[in-house]
Write a protein that binds this ligand. Structure first.
Ligand SMILES: *[C@@H]1O[C@H](CO)[C@@H](O)[C@H](O)[C@H]1NC(C)=O
Ligand SMILES: *[C@@H]1O[C@H](CO)[C@@H](O)[C@H](O)[C@H]1NC(C)=O
Ligand SMILES: *[C@@H]1O[C@H](CO)[C@@H](O)[C@H](O)[C@H]1NC(C)=O
Length: 289
């Protein structure tokens, strides 16, 4: 009985010594440059884990904004995957909305043909390809590594559809005799629209009509811009103008050609700002002198 008692006491003292020396060396490591001191056992284990365990490269596994219908890629970069010896770790993609398993490793698991797993040997990238992305594909996708417990990284996919904008809307006030200049912008279109029609009060504007002085300039690119110019505006040019891109929603603006009268809405326009600037300068001058 006595022998066990002393040995357990010795064990207790021994443990205490370990704890004290442990915390001493921990303190030393953190107060000194840390070069000469022995790291504590726990630190050593942590270091080993972080060096050998897999981890996500977040900078290469980012959220994605995709254009409706245009093939997109969600990437998951896992570092140190092959380092956990015996068990082969798998990287999977799971759609969060319905916990649907899409890919396992290089194998595409889902029957939805739009999804595909892409992985090149010796690469850390596990990519999910999505063809013809739809708005309903927006949401969270989970990149999962089959460690125990699982490691997860969440990638948000945002699918955006083309939008149409007309600058200066919804109402535009133009002086009689000046040029109506309407600017229509098509954003988020995977391909530039094949054509953009302009309508005036439901009739397609014809550039070679008797009206004359009508022209359209369209600049195609990542954002497509179409300018409609109507020279020598008369009150009959008033009304609704609609920009109709072939692959995006139409957008309208109401043009008011003025006959000398100025409606209240004008006061909020560009001209109202100038007197205010002058009074500001005046105040500044008064302050200076
Ligand atoms: C991804 O998007 C979500 C939701 O908008 C956001 O909470 C998260 O911080 C984003 N992650 C990164 C890495 O930007
Ligand atoms: C484990 O990872 C380290 C650091 O990335 C590397 O130098 C080493 O070769 C890897 N070992 C194996 C067995 O893959
Ligand atoms: C029409 O307006 C747009 C946008 O304000 C401008 O860039 C363009 O130069 C204008 N075109 C003409 C002919 O005034």
């Amino acid at each position: 009985m006595r022998v066990i008692d002393t040995s357990s006491r010795m064990l207790g003292i021994f443990a205490l010594v370990i704890i004290i020396t442990g915390s001493l060396s921990y303190g030393a490591q953190h107060s000194s440059s840390g070069k000469n001191s022995e790291p504590s056992q726990q630190n050593a284990v942590d270091d080993l884990n972080s060096r050998t365990g897999p981890y996500f490269d977040l900078a290469a596994s980012k959220n994605v904004t995709a254009l409706l219908g245009k093939t997109t890629y969600l990437n998951c970069r896992v570092k140190n995957l092959g380092n956990k010896t015996s068990v082969a770790l798998q990287v999977s993609w799971v759609r969060h909305r319905d916990i649907h398993l899409l890919t396992i490793g290089r194998y595409t698991y889902t029957s939805d043909q739009r999804f595909r797993a892409i992985h090149n040997v010796h690469s850390d990238d596990w990519t999910l390809q999505i063809k013809f992305p739809q708005l309903r594909d927006s949401g969270i996708y989970e990149c999962q590594v089959s460690t125990t417990p699982h490691m997860s990284h969440f990638v948000h996919l945002n699918v955006v559809e083309p939008t149409t904008e007309i600058l200066g809307g919804p109402d535009l006030y133009i002086d009689h005799g000046s040029t109506i200049n309407l600017t229509c912008i098509v954003l988020n279109s995977p391909e530039p629209p094949a054509y953009i029609f302009w309508n005036h009060n439901d009739a397609i504007i014809s550039y070679d009509s008797g009206r004359g002085g009508v022209s359209v300039v369209t600049e195609k690119g990542e954002t497509t811009t179409s300018f409609l110019l109507v020279q020598y505006a008369t009150p009959s040019d008033s009304g609704q103008y609609t920009c109709n891109p072939s692959n995006a929603q139409p957008k309208s603006i109401t043009v008011h050609v003025l006959n000398g009268e100025y409606p209240a809405a004008m006061q909020h326009g560009g001209q109202a700002k100038q007197p205010r600037l002058y009074s500001l300068l005046l105040c500044l001058c008064l302050l200076l002198y």
